[in-house]
Design a protein. Structure first.
Length: 131
């Protein structure tokens, strides 16, 4: 799930440690990521770009999520979409979806709107699950 990966990318060390305790990488992340370094690189790229496209099972659905930030630039929520690729073929791309989501997130940032706190996303979703 792209929103969970965005939340994980912006989580602080204590939040990541708590998640790792509940969902050990060796048990849940390893089957998908193969190496922790791959997950770490994905999270670093996500944090730098402020958006993530799910890298797993992406042939049927385009899954993209972005960070919603507070007035201090800290992530407070994630906004994501899952679109059937068959319906959007030739009509849009991951980058244009991410751009639209970032614009929407920016408007939510401006009005202080957010619905799902980062901790809630991290508790409900795992960094290791597929889409």
């Amino acid at each position: 799930r792209a929103a969970g990966r965005v939340a994980l990318a912006f989580a602080d060390a204590s939040e990541r440690a708590a998640l790792e305790e509940r969902r050990p990488f060796a048990e849940q992340g390893l089957p998908l990521w193969k190496k922790r370094e791959k997950l770490d690189a994905f999270l670093a790229q996500t944090a730098a770009e402020g958006a993530a496209e799910s890298p797993f099972d992406n042939t049927q659905y385009l899954r993209v999520a972005v960070a919603i930030r507070d007035g201090n630039g800290l992530m407070v929520s994630a906004l994501g979409v899952s679109l059937p690729r068959q319906q959007i073929a030739g009509k849009t791309s991951a980058s244009s979806v991410a751009k639209s989501l970032k614009e929407t997130a920016g408007r939510l940032d401006a009005v202080g709107g957010h619905e799902v706190p980062v901790r809630g996303v991290l508790e409900k979703q795992s960094f290791s699950r597929g889409p």
